[in-house]
Design a protein around this ligand. Structure first.
Ligand SMILES: NC(=O)c1ccc[n+]([C@@H]2O[C@H](COP(=O)([O-])OP(=O)(O)OC[C@H]3O[C@@H](n4cnc5c(N)ncnc54)[C@H](O)[C@@H]3O)[C@@H](O)[C@H]2O)c1
Length: 351
């Protein structure tokens, strides 16, 4: 039965992804987009022109002072995630936070601890888990269709997809990192979700920066301003090998820019004892009477609302369990830290 409760939502950051948050919330019958906080007058105005129920604030603190706001979503540059998340939770609002959770696991832990202390819902919006293909594959894993899944390859490889060279995305002090934080976290999270194990025991990683510093490999994403004098000081390629507590292993490959045949490859490949699978496109590989069989499974009934913002509203209403548990996001954030530490030291990092 649809809930009669109406929840008021505020979105902080009306850039490329903040608009998607607004679209999601606006489509939930029990949510009302009440406020948008955005420092750019132009982007903020464009957002409230589109979503007419919302008031515009330039300072997000005004939203936090508003007692009628129940849920806040943060769609800000990465360096602001931890600081604003702590303020949102301190103000007693439920929080859905863009990936990466923070720019290091220490800050991630502070956010998780405060949400627990305040008894508030917190979810990192890992949208790739929510697609119908990913939910179908998760269901097939849970049903044991692949048998024991012991290895995963996770890749997001773009040929020319650096988001706005000179924007916050390509400066370490604002982004925390490059392609790992921007797109690597998506496929890392997805692979760990399918494997059902987020506990890394060792990580060996390497990062490179081969295109951005030469002004090459730019793609179309993001809305924030560019500063031509800002140095490009993040990675545009990374690879990592991750051993998990269960003995399962995972290979991660990420590029913002690279010499590739295809423009964009993004997904997870699973290796199970009874079958294999790719998440994108969704396919199953198994053997029948010794012959290889390739299946394209029908999309299953989703486990949760495929829109992550709408799912979070369901969670706050008590109608769903969070599909992205905070503990998993924190463990994924620890793996990101380990990749950077391994790349910096040239050594495998063990827990
Ligand atoms: N889940 C996904 O698929 C996905 C995709 C892209 C980006 N992201 C994440 O979303 C976040 C935002 O990315 P984006 O692509 O929308 O970036 P963006 O640069 O397009 O938008 C960021 C917006 O935040 C605004 N802003 C900056 N400081 C502010 C402040 N103090 N108060 C209010 N507004 C402020 C900027 O003016 C800008 O409009 C990042 O953390 C990124 O990693 C997630």
């Amino acid at each position: 039965m649809p809930s009669t409760t109406q929840l008021n939502v505020a979105v902080i950051g009306a850039g490329a992804i903040g608009l998607k948050h607004m679209e999601g919330f606006a489509g939930h019958p029990s949510a009302r987009l009440a406020a948008v906080a955005e420092t750019s007058q132009e982007r903020g105005q464009a957002a409230i022109d589109e979503f007419e129920t919302a008031m515009l604030f330039q300072d997000y603190r005004e939203v936090l002072d508003d007692n009628s706001v129940d849920i806040v979503s943060i769609a800000l540059p990465n360096h602001l995630h931890a600081q604003v998340a702590l303020e949102v939770l301190e103000a007693g609002k439920h929080l859905v936070l863009e990936k990466p959770m923070a720019t290091n696991a220490v800050d991630g832990q502070k956010i998780a601890d405060l949400a627990k202390e305040k008894n508030l819902h917190l979810m990192v919006g890992q949208n790739q888990r929510f697609t119908l293909e990913a939910q179908t594959l998760k269901r097939l894993c849970l049903e044991g269709r692949l048998g024991d899944v012991y290895y995963a390859k996770a890749a997001w490889l773009r040929r020319s997809g650096i988001p706005r060279i000179g924007s916050w995305f390509t400066a370490k002090r604002f982004a925390g990192g490059g392609c790992i934080y921007d797109i690597g976290i998506h496929v890392l999270d997805l692979a760990l979700h399918f494997l059902g194990d987020f506990d890394a025991v060792s990580v060996s990683g390497q990062t490179f920066s081969k295109f951005g510093p030469r002004g090459l490999g730019e793609g179309e994403w993001g809305k924030s301003e560019k500063d031509p004098d800002q140095p490009f000081d993040v990675e545009d390629f990374a690879s990592a090998f991750i051993r998990l507590k269960s003995g399962k292993t995972l290979q991660l490959e990420v590029s913002w820019a690279a010499h590739l045949e295809t423009r964009d490859v993004n997904g997870v490949q699973l290796f199970g004892e009874d079958g294999g699978a790719t998440s994108n496109p969704l396919k199953l590989f198994r053997s029948e009477n010794g012959e290889p069989v390739v299946e394209e499974p029908e999309l299953a009934e989703p486990l949760v609302n495929p829109d992550r913002m709408q799912h979070f509203v369901d969670v706050v209403l008590g109608e769903a369990e969070s599909f992205v548990p905070v503990e998993e996001s924190l463990k994924a954030q620890r793996i990101l830290d380990m990749i950077y530490r391994s790349a910096a030291s040239g050594e495998e990092i063990r827990l």
